[in-house]
Write a protein that binds this ligand. Structure first.
Ligand code: M6R
Length: 361
């Protein structure tokens, strides 16, 4: 039941402190401050191939940044509908990982079955633990988001990201890339995410203040760098799905290779700009947008420096460890889509033309 909430999506957005906490506890030990390294032999693999669709694909891309950075594990992420039909070249020490809320998505399941038939080790990050993917994969990596009713995925996405980030820490430890002090720091950061997600949930008022303009737009651009790039694409997908506004997520550094031509007074740009080691680069991209008259909504911590440029509006996000920024920034991204859809009066929980689970291709 929706309880005090107007839509299941709103309820599920607000459940994220709990669903992320619950999921993290599967992979990390809060008492000892360590990662559980025994779910798979991370030292025996030399590559990860993630397959997924839609929002789960973006969660996989966020996971990729963490597996490569923290564990030195080459990681590819591919849309399952492409992977399954293009005869991909895989090596025997590759771990194939399916990421899926339902565990039933036809293309993802077919890709997983194909990888298994190639003799690869397989794992499934799934929210429905009795699903086909959970049964097919050699290793089940559960998420604990609970049942997700809204067609637009929210809490399942952050649970997937939480699981993948925690697994990347475990992989880094198992492969000798992360020492005990760094492990403690990263585990602590991850366990801070439920509190910071809860803090991000209080951003509703400042987000409602910008959706009036957003709801009028025909096109919206989402920009980010690093793990904020896949989150930008997730933000664009969310906005498309429930508000029917055309949106695109781009790596901020790609701006001048094409999308900057779209910028005009009517095309808002939403920037995901945590204070990480690429903040300055993102900031200068935003100034380029503002200089061309494009309205900018910059989501960044309060202590981030002010940018010069007219038309840059700021929404303050909680300051956080860079590892968990995709979890914390997922909240404003979801709220933006949600309030824009409410403003437009669309059917938030049952968007037109979409099904919750895509079990046919
Ligand atoms: O159940 P799955 O995670 O495999 O579903 C994958 C996509 O169909 C799903 O994420 C879809 O993109 C959502 N509607 C996104 O909000």
């Amino acid at each position: 039941e929706k309880g005090e909430y107007r839509h299941f999506m709103e309820k599920e957005i607000h459940e994220q402190p709990d669903s992320v906490q619950h999921t993290l506890s599967e992979y990390l030990d809060l008492v000892t401050g360590t990662a559980k390294t025994n779910t798979i032999d991370f030292a025996a693999i030399d590559r990860i191939q993630i397959v997924a669709c839609g929002t789960a694909f973006y969660a996989g891309q966020i996971g990729r940044y963490a597996f490569e950075k923290l564990a030195g594990l080459p990681c590819d992420v591919e849309i399952a509908s492409e992977f399954r039909y293009r005869s991909p070249a895989v090596t025997q020490k590759t771990l194939a990982v399916a990421v899926s809320q339902s565990g039933e998505t036809a293309d993802t399941l077919a890709s997983l079955i194909w990888c298994k038939a190639q003799g690869l080790n397989t794992a499934a990050v799934v929210n429905v633990h009795s699903s086909s993917m959970a049964r097919v994969a050699a290793v089940l990596w559960p998420t604990h988001a609970g049942p997700e009713i809204g067609v637009a995925s929210t809490k399942a996405f952050t649970a997937q990201v939480a699981a993948l980030l925690a697994l990347a820490v475990a992989a880094g430890v198992a492969r000798g890339r992360i020492d005990a002090a760094r492990e403690a720091e990263l585990v602590k950061a991850l366990f801070e995410s439920p509190r910071l997600i809860a803090e991000a949930l209080t951003m509703g008022d400042s987000i409602r203040a910008v959706v009036q303009d957003l709801a009028k737009a025909d096109d919206v651009l989402f920009l980010g760098r690093g793990a904020m790039f896949p989150l930008a694409m997730e933000g664009a997908l969310k906005l498309k799905e429930i508000s029917y506004i055309h949106a695109e997520g781009y790596a901020a550094g790609e701006l001048k290779h094409g999308p900057i031509a779209l910028i005009d007074e009517e095309t808002p740009t939403i920037a995901l700009a945590p204070l990480d080691d690429v903040f300055e680069k993102t900031a200068s991209n935003l100034q380029e947008v503002a200089a061309r008259g494009g309205p900018v909504i910059m989501i960044a911590p309060e202590k981030a420096p002010d940018l010069h440029g007219a038309g840059i509006r700021r929404i303050h996000a909680p300051d956080c460890h860079p590892l968990i920024a995709p979890l914390v920034y997922a909240v404003p991204v979801q709220l933006l889509a949600y309030y824009t859809a409410v403003q437009k009066g669309t059917d938030v929980d049952q968007p037109r033309n979409l099904a919750k689970s895509v079990t046919v291709e």
